[in-house]
Design a binder for this molecule. Structure first.
Ligand code: ATP
Length: 362
């Protein structure tokens, strides 16, 4: 096991800056995710750490060793990629044993390790089966087995669950989490699936256009997003955003969204000092927005139910407030399309962003 440190890592392909001077430290035994939309530089970052891609600038440390000039085989990493190639005529035992045979491990050690890993992955009874007879899910487990059997210092995984259907994905995700918590091997995991990242990792680096925008725990990313990009990327359904301006009159300071006004007198000073312009974006998560049954006078907003998406004990209610569309994630309640309702934002959970810079203010 070892911590991993990257410092000002940069890589361009022609004019495209794929990774732009990113720095991060992944603690010993930590499960860290690189999360972001397609093309943001996740895979390139992982490939540089693996030694499959040479960085233009920056340093990579595994443990205390600067590995910039080491080939992949000398970096002591185990890799699992989305597209796997296996020899179809070899059986499961041989597939998993392959990295150990390459390194000339003794026969007894190979036997023990392969059996232990297969048990851990729940494929112990398949060891004699040829790979060609296996399901996609079992093949993916073999790929994971091959990476962990050598007990490297670091695992690097690139979207390893992409080829699996939803049910198998959830199952294998839980397996991965269990195995990593048992082995406590430092893990860097690439995904564009925010739910997967939130479930698996202790910390997530959110990437956008080659940069790390925020590197934090799942809870902090959800509760305290540093900007609009992170706020919109983490959470399902995503946070509601409403364009507004800051207005003052003699008794109150309000966010004016045209179709409704929201009193922010208690935060006025903070907003004024943090944001020079008055163009703001109000953010509220669907789960922090309530449809009032007994509305009080304060903070209520007139809206109308549009589409309802039932989810069993909960429901997503699409609401119209003038020209604005908002989503509420609420417990199931008897609502109907076009019904007029009062909407309440949880005051302690609203976010306010500067429209120009995207940075969070509150
Ligand atoms: P995805 O989830 O789609 O794989 P990603 O976040 O992993 O996306 P990268 O694959 O790292 O992103 O790509 C980052 C940028 O670098 C993209 O614009 C991509 O087109 C470009 N890129 C990556 N590899 C190469 C390459 N070998 N040659 C040219 N451009 C590349």
């Amino acid at each position: 096991m070892a911590r991993v440190r990257i410092e000002k890592l940069t890589k361009s392909f022609g004019d495209v800056v794929a990774v732009d001077a990113i720095s991060a430290e992944i603690a010993d035994g930590e499960f860290m995710c690189l999360l972001g939309p397609s093309g943001c530089g996740k895979t390139t970052t992982l490939r540089m750490i693996a030694g499959l891609e040479q960085q233009d600038e920056g340093d990579i440390y595994i443990g205390d060793t600067l590995v910039n000039d080491l080939p992949p085989k000398d970096r002591d990493i185990g890799m699992v990629f989305q597209f796997y190639a296996m020899y179809p005529d070899k059986n499961v035992f041989e597939q998993i044993a392959f990295p150990l045979r390459m390194r000339k491990f003794p026969r007894d050690e190979i036997n023990k390790r392969v059996r232990d890993v297969a048990e851990m992955l729940g494929i112990g009874e398949l060891l004699k089966e040829p790979v060609s007879r296996l399901t996609v899910g079992d093949r993916q487990k073999i790929e994971i087995g091959r990476a962990i059997v050598r007990q490297p210092q670091v695992y690097l995984l690139d979207e390893p669950l992409t080829n699996l259907d939803a049910k198998l994905r959830a199952h294998t995700r839980a397996d991965l989490k269990r195995i990593q918590s048992e082995l406590k091997t430092t893990t860097i995991y690439v995904t564009h699936d925010q739910l997967e990242a939130m479930i698996l990792s202790s910390r997530i680096a959110i990437m956008d256009k080659g940069k790390i925008v925020q590197y934090d725990t799942p809870d902090r990313l959800y509760e305290r997003p540093s900007d609009l990009f992170v706020a919109g990327f983490v959470g399902t359904p995503p946070m509601n955003f409403v364009d507004c301006t800051l207005t003052h009159d003699k008794d109150a300071c309000r966010l004016d969204a045209g179709d409704f006004k929201y009193d922010v007198s208690d935060m006025a000073e903070l907003i004024r000092t943090s944001s020079p312009g008055s163009e703001l974006i109000l953010g509220i998560r669907p789960e922090d927005l309530r449809i009032a049954e007994r509305p009080s006078d304060r903070d209520r907003i007139d809206g109308q139910v549009d589409i309802i998406e039932p989810l069993g004990s909960r429901m997503i209610v699409n609401l119209r407030v003038g020209k604005h569309y908002l989503k509420a994630n609420t417990r199931a309640m008897p609502l109907q399309a076009n019904q007029k309702v009062k909407i309440i934002f949880d005051r302690s959970r609203i976010h306010i962003f500067d429209k120009k810079t995207g940075s969070v203010i509150v």
